[in-house]
Design a protein around this ligand. Structure first.
Ligand code: GDP
Length: 297
């Protein structure tokens, strides 16, 4: 998992306090220094680290903690709680619109996992709230993107609406919603184009699609392995489009993914799902408490 390195170091830092009968302010300071280094090394945003360390330190050096019977355990609990807070506290679900079809728009940089995740999400939600999902191919620029979505849809037995790559994506999205209404699809997931970097033209196109279909949710797909870039990307998409939730992909990866820990804190937007592998079943609802427990062991 992308948090493995971080996880090991955090565990090492907090374990020094585990079972300690007496903990001094100096012990806490030393632990906080190690945690700070671990977070920075894992590529967690500097300001986020500073806030996190500040909160944990403040709560940990209180008399009620240091003079309690199990100070070590209490401090570990504080670290755990603040990690949950950092990841978003409550788990956030996607919402469905009262009037069918519910429309979700997937946005993100090229390669972030949008196309695969569109399929994964349709499949996951078909097991829960949606009976009849439809995937929509609005990425008309990346060669083979439409074909890729069709392959994904085919594997999941979910239809894909496409009008080829010569039609304007705004028109495709509009036509798809019309089609969904007529054919009684209850969930429409629109796969949009990404670029390698954010650019004005892409953003304007996405704004156009948003205006045309008024999606219930705009979900930003972020590759957890892209480092600090992930944070910058999420900020720009949110500023331009207004994002409702984040889907972190490639959490199964093996590079440091600490930046992913910053995304919620920086944007204030909840992480709603996590991509845990390349298989189409590898998408899970995101639970901050479970992730914090996995990280702290
Ligand atoms: P798009 O350009 O944003 O549409 O990205 P794609 O859906 O084509 O995904 C890019 C690559 O990332 C593909 O090879 C996917 O299989 C892979 N991918 C997507 N999500 C995950 C994930 O959660 N874990 C792993 N390991 N790979 C993923």
């Amino acid at each position: 998992m992308v948090f493995e390195g971080l996880s090991g170091k955090l565990q090492e830092a907090v374990n020094k306090l585990r079972g300690k009968g007496r903990v001094s302010e100096k012990d806490v300071k030393e632990m906080m220094r190690e945690i700070k280094l671990a977070l920075l090394e894992a590529d967690v945003n500097f300001k986020v680290v500073k806030d996190f360390i500040g909160k944990v330190s403040e709560r940990s050096v209180g008399q009620d903690v240091l003079e309690s019977l199990t100070p070590g355990q209490q401090i570990i609990k504080i670290v755990h709680e603040e990690l949950i807070e950092l990841l978003g506290r409550e788990s956030s679900k996607v919402t469905f619109s009262p009037k069918s079809p519910t429309v979700f728009m997937m946005v993100g940089l090229q390669g972030s996992g949008k196309t695969t995740t569109s399929g994964k999400l349709a499949s996951l939600l078909r097991k829960q709230n949606a009976k009849k999902p439809l995937l929509v191919a609005c990425d008309v620029y990346r060669p083979a993107a439409i074909k890729q979505l069709e392959v994904v849809g085919g594997q999941l037995n979910i239809p894909v609406f496409n009008m080829g790559d010569k039609v304007n994506p705004v028109e495709i999205a509009k036509a798809a919603i019309e089609h969904a209404r007529l054919k009684l699809y209850d969930l429409v997931i629109i796969d949009t184009a990404g670029r390698l970097h954010i650019d004005e033209e892409l953003m304007n196109e996405l704004v156009g699609i948003k205006k045309a279909v008024m999606p219930q949710e705009i979900l930003l797909v972020i590759d957890a392995m892209t480092g600090q870039d992930a944070v910058n990307v999420s900020q720009s998409f949110d500023e331009k489009l207004g994002v409702d939730g984040i889907i972190l992909t490639k959490l199964d990866g093996d590079t440091r993914g600490g930046a992913a820990l910053s995304v919620k804190a920086v944007t204030g937007k909840p992480i709603k799902f996590a991509g845990m592998g390349e298989k189409l079943s590898d998408l899970e609802p995101f639970f901050p408490d479970r992730m914090a427990s996995r990280i702290l062991g």
